[in-house]
Design a protein around this ligand. Structure first.
Ligand code: SF4
Length: 427
């Protein structure tokens, strides 16, 4: 039975108990939040999936996105990236390939890892239409729903589905314009198809049919953010907010009528002073559904370092209520990420998630333990607590100190050592 149905019926499932244990919370709290639509546990009846709770009151989770492109199609590379993301500490993985054999690629990735896997089924439907008919605009509505079903059967646990792009959203977008265009592939595909065919978005118009498919295969709906800004100057504009209104209505219907687990996606490129507004808008409008922030990048002028601009935005987002962060790699806006980019993206996002949790959940025990280990010059303890202890060890060892206690930063004049030798500050 669907997780939400169980929760609404008062049943605490094994997976709810596992989430409660992982988070140090009462299982009844997890059940109530799932019943209210505020926590999800993405799962699939087609594969064994690592249990991961996302939402209100839980630690901030991070997603790594991988996938081939039309230029680089390499199944082994994608599998290696998926494994690298899992080993680096990602909580979920989105397989967003747009090149090669979609289903074979996704199946291979699902088989290689145990993380919950997400996807965007409309990529497949539009790109297959492009291959078959010569243009994305010739995709049929049946092909869109078939791709959704095929991907669910391949083991996808959550799907980004662009329900919020309807004719009204598009009107808002065209009227207002954009400095930075439209950066979402899903948004670009769907809006182009709608304008060419002069039709409503099938994912919006036939939303009930979509929910039935997702329910049958126990897929968590992640309402796609096709209108997100691709430039900080376009953040929080009318098209983005219009899409959020529609997505919030769809999210409510999916949860109330179909007992679906639902996540609401958010932007994108957002200047630091608009992050809190965005998080509050998303949370209040969606009745506190788990909020999945795609980034956000807080400036547009640092290509090559966009994992850092994202970590700054993501840490603020998590601090003010965002539950789920999509990583950004150093290759963002420049190239398809390689394995090293994926690992860097995951580790950077883990730092942002922790910074957010320090504020939102008051999780500061590890920082206190690190403070004491530093004071005591206990290097093994520091490596144990560090988000990336192996990296920390490598850096110190690469410039090894003459004195084992200190490091080569201050050498003989290590402030901590001098104080430890002369008086006691320990507490
Ligand atoms: S040498 Fe300087 S930087 Fe290194 S542990 Fe001591 S005080 Fe810290």
């Amino acid at each position: 039975m669907a997780t939400v149905t169980d929760a609404k019926n008062g049943l605490i499932t094994e997976k709810m108990k596992i989430v409660a244990q992982q988070e140090g919370l009462d299982p009844e709290f997890i059940r109530r939040q799932i019943a209210a639509g505020r926590i999800v546990i993405p799962d699939s009846p087609y594969r064994d999936v690592k249990v991961c709770g996302i939402g209100q009151g839980l630690r901030t989770k991070i997603n790594a996105s991988i996938g081939s492109s039309s230029d680089i199609v390499d199944m082994d590379l994608e599998i290696a990236k998926a494994k690298a993301a899992e080993n680096a500490g990602a909580n979920t993985l989105m397989e967003l390939g747009t090149g090669g054999d979609f289903l074979a690629m996704r199946k291979a990735v699902c088989d290689a890892i145990s993380l919950p896997v997400g996807s965007v089924p409309l990529y497949q439907a539009f790109i297959e239409a492009s291959r078959k008919y010569g243009s994305i605009v010739h995709m049929t509505e049946d092909e869109l729903f078939k791709a959704t079903e095929d991907q669910a059967k391949a083991g996808t646990c959550f799907m980004a589905i662009h329900t919020g792009i309807n004719k009204i959203t598009l009107e808002r977008l065209k009227k207002h314009g954009r400095y930075g265009g439209l950066c979402s592939r899903g948004g670009a595909f769907m809006s182009t198809w709608m304008l060419h065919n002069e039709k409503e978005n099938p994912l919006y118009e036939q939303f009930d049919y979509l929910c039935e498919i997702l329910k049958e295969h126990e897929v968590t709906l992640s309402t796609g953010n096709g209108m997100r800004a691709g430039a900080v100057h376009d953040a929080t504009d009318r098209a983005q907010i219009q899409e959020l209104i529609i997505n919030s209505e769809c999210a409510e219907r999916a949860h109330e009528k179909y007992d679906l687990q639902v996540i609401v996606e958010g932007p994108g490129h957002v200047p630091l002073d608009q992050i809190k507004t965005n998080v509050q808008l998303m949370k209040v409008m969606s009745n506190y559904k788990p909020f999945y922030m795609l980034g956000p990048l807080v400036t547009d002028i640092a290509p090559g370092y966009d994992h850092i601009t994202t970590a700054i935005g993501a840490s603020v987002s998590a601090a003010v209520g965002c539950d789920f962060l999509c990583y950004v790699t150093p290759a963002e806006h420049l190239a398809l990420p390689n394995i090293e980019d994926v690992i860097t993206g995951v580790k950077t996002s883990k730092i942002a998630a922790h910074i957010g949790d320090m504020i939102r959940l008051g999780k500061r025990d590890e920082d206190l333990a690190m403070a004491r280990a530093r004071r005591d010059l206990d290097w093994e303890k520091m490596y144990e607590i560090a988000i990336d202890g192996e990296h920390a060890r490598e850096v110190r060892n690469s410039r090894a100190p003459g004195d084992d206690d200190a490091c080569t930063m201050c050498g003989d004049f290590c402030a901590l050592k001098i104080v430890n030798q002369h008086y006691d500050l320990a507490k």
